[in-house]
Design a binder for this molecule. Sequence first.
Ligand SMILES: [Zn+2]
Ligand SMILES: [Zn+2]
Length: 87
Amino acid sequence: MDNYKCERCGSTTYGTAEHLGGEFIICEECGYIKMVKERDPELVKESLIPKCPSCGSTAITAGPLTYRWSTKRTMNRCANCGYSWEP
Ligand SMILES: [Zn+2]
Ligand SMILES: [Zn+2]
């Protein structure tokens, strides 16, 4: 991540944004955030297609579950065997 120049203010003093997963840098002058690493499309594809840990099927539906105590969690559910799990 050398020689990045802020697209907003032109500053070259950048800090990394570890809390954003280390794929972004933040301009120390104006706070502009720039993505420095695109996610590997293949990896994204893989991670978007979870397999059922029970039967191995990829017919998975995923969606957020909202509980009464307002905790939002995403659960995967196998359309083949009905097994559901946290991704
Ligand atoms: Zn800047
Ligand atoms: Zn299954």
